[in-house]
Design a protein. Structure first.
Length: 358
């Protein structure tokens, strides 16, 4: 690793207070602070402010204003952060660095809506993102992303993914009529998912979100055993019936050694439009109790919000609209997922050996 002195401009800068302030920052995504190896350079500006250039090893751009505010307070000096995202992890599948399975024990919990908005949030956080619709029997991704038409190919071998606001998307829904039923046995459906994954020209991706079908059947086992998934996120609602099925999903992924990154409690509560108080329509804290039982985090509690439905029906991602209040819940979950994937990988700094005459 290059010397820290090269990170600083020729103008006089007290580097240790800056490094100490960055290391002292804490949040769910940056639980151990901001490492000095994330720093590209620190430049004093003519107005006595500091410009920090950071390269983040996981998608977390939206948190940089909070980091800048924290460091500014510590230094008693205005700090501006210019950040980019570059994942250091090796590709696990073709040119894809992380494959994240979004699963649920049962249907009707909002898994697909959560999957596309997590993809949108990861993209907004600076990641290169794709989404694969593995729900062969009920593909929802085309409608949720507002996409129509059939995929094209440039070499008669690889399908070109669709593009939705910078997110690469592929689904069986692009290949079969929307009003037709996919009546396939398990092995045929599993083969179709594998084909979509392997025969799509994904290009370079930091994160590929896979919208899994509900349950614990053939497709889930095939994806778990044949695809190098970095982890899975279980989507549930707070009521006991959904939690019972979510527990089965956790058990299945534990058996096939796919890390459970956490739970997302969808439709967690409804905010009353009159008094603003949360109403727990489907029960309260169900995901928290399940998470504690299995030693996994609750990544987010997403409210039952009309805006989510309205955006989805228009083929838009509410997670990519910073003006929408609920977008923060998806952003928080996305940063925590990205952070967990980074910190669960072994990262070894290069060691510089210096021989002197002493």
């Amino acid at each position: 690793m290059f010397g820290l002195s090269k990170l600083f401009s020729s103008k006089s800068v007290q580097k240790q207070p800056i490094l100490t302030a960055l290391a002292g920052y804490r949040s769910a995504a940056f639980a151990v602070g901001i490492d000095e190896k994330f720093i590209n350079g620190i430049e004093p500006q003519n107005d006595n402010s500091l410009l920090l250039n950071l390269t983040l090893p996981f998608a977390a751009l939206s948190e940089m204003p909070q980091v800048a505010e924290f460091v500014s307070h510590k230094l008693k000096q205005t700090v501006v952060i210019n950040a980019k995202v570059e994942l250091p992890d090796a590709c696990k599948f073709k040119s894809i660095k992380h494959i994240i399975l979004i699963a649920s024990g049962k249907g009707g919990v909002g898994k697909s809506t959560t999957a596309v908005n997590l993809a949108g949030a990861l993209s907004a956080e600076g990641g290169k993102v794709g989404i694969l619709d593995a729900d062969i029997y009920g593909p929802s991704i085309p409608m949720l992303l507002g996409l129509t038409g059939a995929p094209t190919t440039q070499d008669d071998k690889q399908l070109q993914p669709f593009d939705a606001n910078g997110i690469k998307a592929q689904s069986i829904g692009f290949l079969v009529p929307s009003d037709d039923a996919t009546v396939w046995r398990g092995p045929m459906a599993s083969g179709a998912v594998n084909q979509l994954l392997n025969e799509t020209a994904w290009g370079e991706l930091d994160y590929l979100i896979v919208d899994m079908p509900p349950g614990t059947g053939d497709i889930q086992l095939t994806m778990s055993q044949k695809v190098p998934a970095s982890g899975t996120v279980i989507v549930t609602t707070p009521q006991d019936l959904a939690l019972a099925d979510a527990q089965k999903g956790i058990a299945m992924f534990n058996k096939v050694n796919v890390p459970v990154l956490g739970l997302i409690e969808n439709m967690s509560h409804f905010l009353c439009s009159h008094c603003g108080e949360p109403n727990h329509v489907f029960g309260k804290d169900g995901a928290i109790k399940l998470a504690q039982r299995h030693g996994v985090p609750v990544l987010s509690k997403i409210p039952l919000a009309i805006d989510i439905r309205e955006y989805s029906e228009q083929g838009k991602l509410i997670a990519m609209d910073n003006q929408a209040t609920v977008s923060k819940t998806y952003a928080d979950a996305a940063r925590l997922i990205a952070s967990t994937l980074y910190y669960q990988q072994p990262h070894h700094d290069s060691v510089e050996i210096v021989i002197t005459d002493d």
